[in-house]
Design a protein around this ligand. Structure first.
Ligand SMILES: [Zn+2]
Length: 294
């Protein structure tokens, strides 16, 4: 992903409002006198502000690149007869679960209000799932089938992937790479070059292979749990999910695990944050419809 960044059009300054840290929001609610019954958002996960590095790359450009890359991926899947049709039971299931999680995304990123969310199933033995910037979600059939995921576990993965998109981890990685590779001086000399077409293509190509930092991974775990709990999915599933992942990684490491190391630390972090999200789950309306594993 590194070489491509030299071509990124670094001119535009992101105009998205800076996301307030969750604790500020909570503080405001409490200050407003919500005391007896704590408002829903007074609990949950606090991960603080977003990395300043993300500002080096415009959100619009990252989202446009993702849309293009996602469209390309769907086209290829369709050509190979590997795109789950709208009436496929697992497509219906994934979209129902997404419908319950997406409403809680604006809270984490106001841009999400204008995202055109999409959820698709790709026929592939790989254990993989992702949500690209702008809300483009895909699950590979392999992860549903091999891990025999129940709805709560699917919601944890989906929440985790959505969290990467909401916290703009891809944008942050691109910004970091831009900062280290080309430095501030060269960055400013690129201003005005405006080679946007090539830049978008290059950025889009990176989005499927991005490896996030350990910090981003644990942030995505926590924000994902929060979103899934509000959607009515049991956060304990985060533990069972990663145990399944650990068991699956005993063989040849599947793709998802190469970017998402499963281990005791991860599970311990999830467990230690359980008290913050369980109240959200207990209060949330639960899904009326439950789906069978693939
Ligand atoms: Zn992740």
């Amino acid at each position: 992903m590194c070489a491509a960044l030299a071509a990124v059009n670094a001119e535009a300054v992101p105009d998205a409002p800076v996301q307030p840290a969750r604790r500020l929001f909570t503080g405001a609610l409490l200050a407003a006198g919500a005391s007896a019954a704590l408002p829903a958002f007074a609990q949950g996960i606090d991960v603080g502000k977003q990395s300043q590095f993300s500002k080096l790359v415009p959100a619009e450009d990252v989202e446009a690149a993702a849309t293009q890359q996602y469209g390309e991926m769907l086209k290829q899947a369709r050509a190979q007869n590997a795109l789950g049709p709208d009436n496929h039971p697992q497509v219906v299931r994934l979209r129902e679960i997404a419908k319950r999680l997406v409403p809680f995304s604006d809270e984490w990123n106001p841009r999400a209000r204008q995202w055109k969310w999409e959820v698709n199933l790709i026929g592939s033995k790989q254990l993989n799932a992702f949500c690209m910037p702008g809300g483009k979600i895909a699950f590979y059939s392999g992860i549903l089938q091999q891990l025999k995921l129940n709805d709560d576990e699917v919601a944890q993965i989906m929440g985790h992937e959505i969290a990467h998109a909401l916290r703009e981890h891809a944008r942050e990685r691109m910004g970091k790479t831009a900062a280290t590779r080309i430095g501030a001086g060269l960055l400013s000399s690129l201003l005005g070059l405006g080679n946007t077409g090539d830049a978008l293509l290059n950025m889009g190509g990176q989005l499927l292979t991005l490896k996030f930092s350990r910090e981003d991974e644990s942030e995505a775990d926590l924000v994902g749990m929060d979103v899934a709990a509000r959607g009515g999915y049991n956060p304990h599933a985060g533990v069972s999910l990663w145990r399944k992942m650990m068991a699956a990684s005993k063989g040849a490491p599947p793709q998802f695990l190469s970017t998402h190391p499963a281990g005791d630390t991860r599970i311990r972090d999830i467990e230690s944050n359980m008290p913050r999200v369980l109240p959200l789950y207990e209060r949330a309306p639960k899904p009326e419809r439950r789906f069978d594993p693939a």
